[in-house]
Design a protein around this ligand. Sequence first.
Ligand SMILES: Nc1ncnc2c1ncn2[C@@H]1O[C@H](COP(=O)(O)OP(=O)(O)OP(=O)(O)O)[C@@H](O)[C@H]1O
Length: 623
Amino acid sequence: MPTPWTDSAEKVAVGGGPGTTSGASRTTYVPPHLRNRPPSSDPPAAAPVSYAGAAFRNDPQGYGGLPVGGSRSSGPENYRSGGGGGWNNRTGGLDRVREREANPFEDDIDTEQASEEQDNTGINFDAYEDIPVDTSGDNVPGPVNTFAKIDLGEALNQNIRRCKYVKPTPVQRHAIPISLAGRDLMACAQTGSGKTAAFCFPIISGIMTSSQFAQRPRAPRTAFPLALILSPTRELSCQIHEEVRKFAYQTGVRVVVAYGGAPINQQLRDLERGVDILVATPGRLVDLLERGRVSLQMIMYLALDEADRMLDMGFEPQIRRIVQQMDMPPPGARQTMLFSATFPKEIQSLAADFLSNYVFLAVGRVGSSTDLIVQRVEYVHESDKRSHLMDLLHAQRANGMDGKQALTLVFVETKKGADSLEHWLFINGFPATSIHGDRTQQEREHALRSFKCGKTPILVATDVAARGLDIPHVTQVVNFDLPNDIDDYVHRIGRTGRAGKTGLATAFFNENNASLARPLTDLMQEANQEVPAWLSQFAARSSYGKNRHGGGRYGGRDFRRDASFSKGMDYYGGSNVNYSHGASGAYGEAHGPVVTTDLLLSRLLTCDAVVNGDILELVQRFS
Ligand SMILES: Nc1ncnc2c1ncn2[C@@H]1O[C@H](COP(=O)(O)OP(=O)(O)OP(=O)(O)O)[C@@H](O)[C@H]1O
C-alpha cells in the first residue's frame, strides 16, 4: 500500500537537499514547492521530552541505552550529545515530512460518527483485569498500569490519545516495559488483546531516540530500515502498516510495507524515499533482499507477528534466510520480539535460536478472552452444513443488531470450497464475498473492503484470514469446516470478541473432525465454555489428541521450564506468575535437570524409572 507522501517524490538528503551539511544519510521526500530552499530552523513540532529508548547493544553512541531494569529518566541532552545523531540533525527533513504527511486518522474521523453509533457498547477493557500473567526469564522488568507511566515521548503519546487508547491492555502493560528495557521477548497473549501496539510502541520510541535514526549508510538504490516487522499474510502486513502509520504520525519515523501480489515497482519507489520501519511478508522481502534493494545491516528491532506461524514448516526456511543468512545483526546485537496468541513448545524451541536472554510472557488463557467469545459446537453432517449455515444466518438477521451491521466470517478448508459456498450464499440471497489464495491480490483487498464496510456482510475465507485481522463488528465466526489444528481454531475464533467486545463462534463438527475433539474439549473447558456431552464422548474415544497447550493453566507456558525441551542449555531463569495488575514477585524456581531425547529413549527402552510425562513428551517430539 503506497504511503501517501510518495507521489512524485524525489530523493534528497535529510536536512533539505542543497545546502545540507550534516552528511545525514537518510533520504526523504521534499515537496516541489520547498525544494531549493534553505533548511528550516524550526524545532520539531513535538520534540521528545525524556525518551530513554532501549538498551541497545549496537548503539555505539549510547543514546537512550540503559542497563536492563534501570531507570528511564534521561533528559533531552542524552540524545543531543555524541555522534551528531538524534533529532537536532534532522529537524528540517522532519518538518518537511510532517508538512506533507497525510493524516492516517482521517479515515477514522470520517467514520467516527458511524462507528460510534455502531459501537456504543464501548471497549470493555475491564474484562481483562483479572487475567493471569506469567513471566519467566532473568530480572524481568515489572509492569506499568498507565501509558503515562511508560516513557514513550510526547509525539507517540499524542498518537495514543488519537487512537483513543485510554489505558494499556495487560499484554501492553507487561510487554512494553520489557521491550523498552532492551530485552528480547517471546510474548503469548490472547487474540484481540492489543499485541500490535505492544511491539510497535517500543520500536517507534526506540527509533526516535536512536543515533541511527539520522545516520544511515547511503547507497543509491538500497534501503536500510532500522526495524523489520514480519507477518505471514499480505492483508495482515497492510493492517500493521496502517497501525504503525497512526502510531508514528508526525514523529518523522517512516513506515513502508512490502508484500507479494502487488506491483513491486511502487514498493521500490516507497523504499527509495527512505524507510525506518519496514513491514513485510517474507516472500516479498526475500525478493527485495536478493535484488539488493533492502539491506538489513542496520536492523535494531526485529518483530515477528504471529511468530509461531512464521516459524512453522511453511515459513521457517524463509525466516532463517532473512534473519540468519543475510546481513542482519545477530541476536544480542538487535532486539527481537516474537508475538502470537499461540506458541507450541516445539516452535518455542525453534524460536530460541533467534533470541538472546529473552523474557517469556504469557497473558491470559490461550484461545479466549475471559470468556468474551462464546463457543458453540454443533454436530452437523457434511451434507447438512449449508442448510445449517443458512439457519444461523437467518437467525442473525432475525435477532437484528439494533441497526448495526453485524458481520459473519465463515471459515472453510479449501479455496474451491470457499468459491462454491460464496456462490451458493449469493444465489440464496445472502450478500457474500470470499478471500483465499486463488484470488488475485486486488480481488482479496476488494473482498476485505466490501466485508469491512458491510456491503457484503458475509465473508467466506480459508485460513488466509485466520490470523491477525482486526475487523470491527465481526459478531460471529462460523467454522463451517473445522481446521485440523487446535491453534488454527484459536486464531480463527479470535476474529470476533476483540478488544473487550463479545463474540460468538459456532463450529460444525462431525466424524471428520474426531482428532480435534480432545483439544477442542480442553480448550473450551479452560475458557469456561459449555461442552456438549456428545463432544466429551468423542474426546474420550479419540486417541491422543495433540494438546499443544500442555502443562499451562492458561495455555502459554515457557518451554524452558520443561527441562526436556532445553536442548542441553541451562538458560531458564525463573518464573513469576501474577495477575495483570499485580507487581512482579520473586524469581528463582529451581533449574530442572536437562533431559535429552536420548535419555528419554534410554529410560523408555530400559524401563528405568519412566518419568511421568516422558512417553507423552516422546510422542510429541516424534509426531
Ligand atoms: N490500549 C488499548 N485501548 C483500546 N483499544 C486498544 C488498545 N490496544 C489495542 N486496541 C485495539 O484492540 C484491537 C485489537 O488489537 P490487535 O489487533 O493488536 O490485537 P492482537 O492481540 O494483535 O490480535 P491477534 O492475536 O488476533 O493478532 C485493535 O482494534 C486495537 O486498535
